[in-house]
Design a protein around this ligand. Sequence first.
Ligand SMILES: CC(C)(COP(=O)(O)OP(=O)(O)OC[C@H]1O[C@@H](n2cnc3c(N)ncnc32)[C@H](O)[C@@H]1OP(=O)(O)O)[C@@H](O)C(=O)NCCC(=O)NCCS
Length: 199
Amino acid sequence: MVRSAFSLLSQEQEELSDWLIDVTIFTRFLPQSHISQYGTWLKSLDPSTLRAYFGIGLGPKGIDSLVRKFKKDFAHHHFLVAEKNSQWVGVIHIASYQDTVEFGVIIRKEFRRLGIADQLLGEALIWAQNRQYKKLIMHCIVENSPIRKLCQKHGLIARNVYGDIEATMNLPKSNWISVYREAIQRQANWYYYLKSFKA
Ligand SMILES: CC(C)(COP(=O)(O)OP(=O)(O)OC[C@H]1O[C@@H](n2cnc3c(N)ncnc32)[C@H](O)[C@@H]1OP(=O)(O)O)[C@@H](O)C(=O)NCCC(=O)NCCS
């Protein structure tokens, strides 16, 4: 009797954990050897998303040349990928130079307004803070009100620069809370990532 109650409990735990994997967005940094996957993902997006992101309609050749550039200079380009059920739903690109980072974020159309850009931006901010970067910049076209609102929500100050929007903020210094938050985030993400292979 006690044994069957235990096995029922562990079955329920297993079901809960599978359900969590179904609904959880987990994130991971792309290793250098997988960078071409970013290009493949960009090519799978609709033209209006690419136009909103790059400010121009970038075709497959343009994407290939961009990816080649990232491969050559991987030390200054990082890609935090958001996945749901093993499918890429969004990516934040972190480009770094000197004490500054620039973020560019894209969420696949079907997965918008679910807080995924919020999550990626929050994690990328902590990552940059913990690596002693001092300044964050984000660029977008004037008509892009979703990203302008997102920037505002995270404390970036936007200004019009030659017809485009440049949003900036000074990053806070790292402290034990930011280091701890990053460690917890990475651990939770690894847990879901590994579990998703089992499910
Ligand atoms: C901009 C973009 C990244 C937002 O992604 P998202 O996952 O839908 O955003 P979230 O659900 O995390 O929303 C976070 C905040 O962004 C703002 N926001 C997002 N979409 C919005 C919309 N359609 N209208 C107004 N505000 C919006 C809101 O402030 C929102 O916070 P709230 O939900 O508390 O109001 C997404 O629309 C996108 O990929 N656009 C195309 C690519 C692009 O333009 N990238 C920007 C160049 S850097």
